[in-house]
Write a protein that binds this ligand. Sequence first.
Ligand SMILES: Cc1cc2nc3c(=O)[nH]c(=O)nc-3n(C[C@H](O)[C@H](O)[C@H](O)COP(=O)(O)O)c2cc1C
Ligand SMILES: [Fe+2]
Ligand SMILES: [Fe+2]
Length: 398
Amino acid sequence: MVNIQNVTDDIRWIGASDRRISRFENLFPLSNGVSYNSYIVMDNQIVLFDTCDAAVADQYFENLNFALSGKKPDYLVILHMEPDHCSQIGRLLSLYPDIILVGSVQTFKFLHQFFPELDDVQRIVVKEGEVLQTNNHTFKFIAAPMVHWPEVLMVYDEHSKLLFSADAFGTFGALSGSIFADEYDFAKDLLDESRRYYANIVGKFGPQVQAVLKKTEALDIKGICPLHGPVWRKDINVFIEKYKNWSSYTPESDEILLIYGSMYGHTASAAEKAAALLKEKSEKNVVVYDVSKTDSSFLIGEAFRCGKIVLFAPTYNGGLYLPMHALIHDFEALNLQNRIFALAQNGTWAPMSGKIMQEMLSHLKNCTVLPEMLTITSALDADRESDVESFIEQIVDA
Ligand SMILES: Cc1cc2nc3c(=O)[nH]c(=O)nc-3n(C[C@H](O)[C@H](O)[C@H](O)COP(=O)(O)O)c2cc1C
Ligand SMILES: [Fe+2]
Ligand SMILES: [Fe+2]
């Protein structure tokens, strides 16, 4: 069934949601799918912004065919060559062989790598600042290298004042009826999944996101059309401010994040006690997670949100409990910065986990590891309460 929605009078969303997908990039768990957004501009010349993922291709072509109502598309602008958006370029060209592909030098390098059979198709190679003019619309190209791949382009339409932002400003989750963010409750329905998407997909590339935010600052942006999640047409600055926060690795909240690993529950028990004392002494919200239970993509989202992070982990075969090791490795891989850490270790015969966490965290930029480490030798006894209290106090005071 055709499912097209109007973004403006002549710009239509022709994308689709995939609710069956269990992991984005076969990596990040999705509880309610993801949308692959594509847009068509029905000017004198017809412009498409991206195709879609293979999973929703039939819906995309049904939408496209209906939107065209017998006409042919003139241009496919390729904002991003990742297969969740470019997988259908071959099928599109088999239906509309006269379509002209528009992209950067690197777009066409990647096109050749993915689709060597398309070497002869018509193309326009564009650079930062160049425009594609249809009748009413003037589409201006903005290079957005590494947001999220090197070839990424954003497009600003001077007519509608919409920014086609590629993967930036995306959100995990299928669309539920409306394509517009303002028809959802942002704080309740979108923010956490926008942040988890940002932190895990583009979190590593904060400086590159900052660079592109700087370029778009001069533009009069009335709406943002990303490749995933809802379209933004109201309160855009609220979302842009979040991007400024996240891309500068500035904590968004003064809540305290406590993550523990535990095999038999003793480290967990100590962590729960520490959380209770932290809550009492700091009067801040404390959010507690078990590193083995909660997928690291959620913990990464939380680490991008909270300024203070407390880690409790057992020693395991002379090393660090593996899920905690993986999480801290993720912190480093995603360039997490500007955080305060406090560490607690457990070990029955030779506690090592704290030292290893400390060493790993020393690779993170602008992070402080508080000096007082809490050491548990198997289980935390009631007579250690004062040790826990001083461990907590340094976190509250930091
Ligand atoms: C498979 C395994 C390997 C461990 N390796 C070490 C070790 O190398 N050094 C150490 O001091 N304790 C080691 N421990 C003990 C734990 O670090 C920890 O003290 C104990 O499991 C209590 O924590 P928990 O109840 O939170 O799991 C090991 C425990 C297990 C189950
Ligand atoms: Fe991407
Ligand atoms: Fe994408």
